[in-house]
Design a protein around this ligand. Structure first.
Ligand SMILES: C[S@@+](CC[C@H](N)C(=O)[O-])C[C@H]1O[C@@H](n2cnc3c(N)ncnc32)[C@H](O)[C@@H]1O
Length: 228
């Protein structure tokens, strides 16, 4: 099997931005952005330096990232998303109008990576992450698109490298093809001990995609992986 293609296939842009969204991107995103230069020492990007470092891949509207950052002030969360409207959604929730995005106080334990999370993962040092979240990733259900899936046999070594032993990787998916794929992929590796969780634990804040899946009658599955 070929390794995953290192380009993005999902949407980076959606509907045109409203002036408030433009302002959030221009004035607040630079204040919250995780600087690429901090990748070698990711704790240095937070103020104060966090006790634990977490990464969320594909935060969508940001519901989960914001809830985690608020509930865990001692953890530093890097939240990654490529979809501009998603980034705006997180910023809109964090900075409701009429607060000024240029001056409003921002959480010291949340940093945004507005680019492909895979590039960041490659740049991070070994065993630096305590936790990683991958919630309802794009499923790419067609077999010929399997190389686009974030969970991929050829990607696991790189993810295992950045999670410390005992660190946790949470995955959720509502797509039956992706669920089978995750089961098979995780069943054929030794880096992680895998636990399937039937219902979302209360410490996993809900996301918009989970709500959509439940409303459509689909049954999400949740996995808790522990780095050996
Ligand atoms: C199906 S949505 C789920 C969003 C959110 N986690 C939720 O549960 O509501 C998947 C998101 O992952 C983002 N995404 C996909 N690949 C990514 C990557 N390599 N780096 C960062 N974000 C990515 C997409 O832009 C999309 O917003």
């Amino acid at each position: 099997m070929k390794p995953p293609a290192d380009r993005l296939y999902g949407r980076a842009r959606g509907h045109a931005l409203r002036p408030r969204q433009r302002k959030l991107l221009d004035a607040a995103l630079p204040r919250l952005a995780f600087p690429p230069a901090a990748a070698a020492d990711p704790g240095s990007a937070f103020a104060p330096r966090p006790r634990a470092l977490w990464l969320e891949v594909g935060f969508g509207g940001g519901e989960h990232a914001l809830a985690q950052a608020e509930a865990h002030p001692d953890s530093g969360l890097i939240a990654a998303e490529v979809f501009e409207n998603g980034i705006c959604s997180l910023l809109s929730h964090l900075i409701p109008a009429p607060a000024d995005p240029a001056t409003v106080a921002l959480p010291g334990n949340l940093r945004l990576w507005a680019a492909d999370a895979r590039g960041l993962i490659r740049a991070l040092p070994d065993a630096c992450l305590d936790r990683m979240f991958l919630l309802f990733p794009d499923p790419w259900p067609k077999a010929r698109h399997a190389r686009r899936r974030f969970v991929h046999p050829a990607a696991l070594a790189g993810i295992a490298r950045v999670l410390r032993p005992g660190g946790e990787w949470r995955i959720a998916s509502d797509d039956p093809t992706y669920q089978d794929w995750v089961r098979a992929t995780l069943g054929a590796q030794d880096w992680f001990a895998v636990e399937t969780v039937a219902a979302r634990p209360p410490s996993w804040p809900p996301t918009r995609y989970e709500a959509k899946a439940l409303a459509a009658g689909r049954t999400p599955l949740y996995w808790r992986l522990t780095r050996r």
